[in-house]
Design a protein around this ligand. Sequence first.
Ligand code: NAD
Ligand code: WQD
Length: 340
Amino acid sequence: MKKVLVTGGTGYIGSHTVVELQQKGFEVLIVDNLSNSNIEVLDNIAKITGTKPYFENFDLSSEALTADFFSRHHDLAGIVHFAAFKAVGESMQKPLSYYRNNIQSLINIMDNMKKYEIRNLVFSSSCTVYGQPDVLPVTESAPIKKAWSPYGNTKQMCEEIIEFTSNATAINAIALRYFNPIGAHASALIGELPLGVPNNLIPFITQTAIGKRECLSVFGDDYDTPDGTAVRDYLHVVDLAKAHVVAINRLAGEKNKKKMEIFNLGTGNGYSVLQVIEAFERINNVKLNYKIVARRPGDIEKVWADTSFANEELGWKAEIGLDEMMRTAWIWEKHLAGKA
Ligand code: NAD
Ligand code: WQD
């Protein structure tokens, strides 16, 4: 059985990826310091797949702890590296903790990959590297815009670190630029666990619908979009998780065409905030309390992916539509509230 290390594997995207990897026959090891996730995720993964993954709780930004882990576990077909801080707003307040956590963890991992000849790395990047693209849909060759937040900057820097290091070592890498992952596993056993007041649209919608928040603020209706609200490429987290299995298999099967490859992962469709709200209300038969307010500083107007490279080269295509994303997000929220 091929062994894969998933860092951040109890987190939102990581947990869904662990499920898909196990269901495709991989043995999965998880490292997570539970800074933004919960130990119970392991039992819930086991309820879905029948196998509780091996787990260690430590901080990957510690050089000593990471070295100790790899001294005991280095017989790995690959590593999927999710572990990072991801809140854009928080990164503006605490830039150094974002640089330390996101950059240092990657360096520690790659150091040990080099040392133990672990060749395959899949990295979580983000469409945030494009900023507001000049041309839509955005392709992987679009210029990288100056980062607006320390978080976005860490993704740009990590991509560069991976590119230079893969060129200088035996490491092969795939960076996956996610657009907006949403929704939850159909079992309602795993999903997103936002701490405090959510920044992202979908947890804010579901928390408003369940009564945890009074009203959703729609940030701006004066954008140059069909209904004036901002447009994003939302994709279901299970579709996204499946792309990681494809990426690991591509690297393990030596099918990659470059030392480092980069793929956009989205559906290729852009939806406005009002379209998302309409889909949520219709599919779940729930009325949402919302109001239009001013634009959120730093938000871009519109972005959606050109997915043709991922479709053709990886043979991966997002299959789940917006209605199902909204349905599973709502079931997950009700599950959290003990109502489902
Ligand atoms: P998440 O916060 O749910 O998962 C990240 C996990 O990493 C958490 O469980 C956290 O406890 C762990 N972690 C963080 N720092 C760690 C460290 N130093 N050592 C050990 N564990 C650590 O986030 P997610 O939404 O699942 O995102 C996963 C990855 O995808 C991140 O790299 C994120 O930047 C990237 N990404 C996310 C989105 C999104 O919208 N969710 C979009 C693009 C890219
Ligand atoms: C989506 C749309 C908001 C909340 C962020 C990160 C990005 C990436 C994905 C990691 C926007 C609007 C939101 C609300 C609203 N993450 N909105 N009311 O901004 O596309 O991207 O997550 O890499 O780096 O910046 O996602 O879910 O915050 O917002 O009207 O209460 O919903 O203005 O148009 P975003 P989001």
